[in-house]
Ligand binder design. Sequence first.
Ligand code: SF4
Ligand code: SF4
Length: 473
Amino acid sequence: MKFRGGYNVLLKGRPDSAIKVMPEPKVLYLPLHSKRFTFSDICVKDGQAVNGGDVLAKDPDNYAIPLLAPRTGTVRLKAVKNYIVLEDVARLEEHADIAKEKILHTERETGVAGIKRYKLLSLGAWQFFHDAFTAALPDPLGTPQAIIVSTVSSEPFVARGDVQLHRRLLNFTRGLEQLQSLLEYQPIYLAMPNITSEFANLIRNQIRGYAWVKMLEIPLTYPYGHFAILARRLGLKRSGGPVWAVGTEGVLAADRALTHTKSCTVKIISIGGTGVNLPTHLKVMPGYPIQAIKDKYVFEPAARVISGGILTGDVLTEEALGIDTECRGITVLPEMEEREFLGFIRPGWDRDCYAKCFLSSMRKPFAERLTTGLRGEPRPCISCNFCEEICPAGIMPYLIHKYLYADLIEEAEQARVDLCVECGLCSYVCPSKIDLRKQLIDAKGLIEKEKEEIRQEQLRREEARKQSEEKTE
Ligand code: SF4
Ligand code: SF4
């Protein structure tokens, strides 16, 4: 497989490979919104006592994917807006929320494969699945043309796949087997780094003999583990049907749900960045108080806290109280509130840059201590072409930026803005500090909205035509 673009972003503050278990919380704050999900269908009452694994709410627009109670506790619905708060939290015997009659009914309706899919959905494992092309939640009852499993998460500083796999290799291979049982003849592609690593050898030895798993060895370069990039490099076409995509966490969740019928309410997230005293991995559950993590790990008084990595994460505001179900890590960067005096004449021995314009390019590769400082002023595009060079999707971000600046949406569409996988590398390397990623995401949203409006208008016209034909008859 030939990859293009990509970049190894070397930064200080990467999480180490240890997994620390956070103390049991007294209160959990479960967000009703995350990147993909909105749990608007509330299934519990204020003051209700719930067990771990009980369904608190569902997302009606995403196949009724559930928000599960990670622990036993008492529900508070009105304590904090946009959260279900769980008070008096205790860790009791786990309770899987699948009623026996419901299982029998589903099995009669859909067969063994149907019950497996139902378990994945209702036990919280399905939330880890993506459509490789759109990143949306795939239809759990659909049939994919292939499954892509990526053990690579190379974005700084999100939870690493090898850490999530730590001592759970058997669970992982069993999870792969469970995934295979959902398919007929479709392949599973397992993307993993560098074949010379000890980790890669361990996995290869475990899955030897599983002919249906095709291994892909991909370099640890960001964002080669991205599902859309992998699907394209594998030559999978959207027209061939959905491609399910899942990371290490998802395979382990599939094993937990299908082998043990247990709910998936534990997460391994990273805590990293140069504002953190001990970058590492944490075992937590959705709803875990963010403040408790900050109190323990963040030493910078003025820090920007990001949910996810630095290239694709979202800034967490003070209102964000608990970890959401999709969180992959927390990144903390010292906030640069003052401009650097005569920063532009500093030789930059300690700063790395894609343009190799600092003296640091004479050093061996090194991990830079990144802050939120932009090192310079936003300015118009200088046509350096770095964004095109680095873009793994093979598009020309600067050209699309120019089209968007001139309000030429159709031209942006023709320049294949839809291929953007939102990796953020173009924004990272741009010397003019243009937030290309955000511009491209906004443009994709706008184009999609316009297309949807046209679709709706066509449906309305069709409906009106049918009605008028009926009247004439
Ligand atoms: S245009 Fe999209 S895919 Fe290309 S580098 Fe920018 S964010 Fe990544
Ligand atoms: S990296 Fe920035 S300045 Fe360079 S061509 Fe792209 S948009 Fe223009």
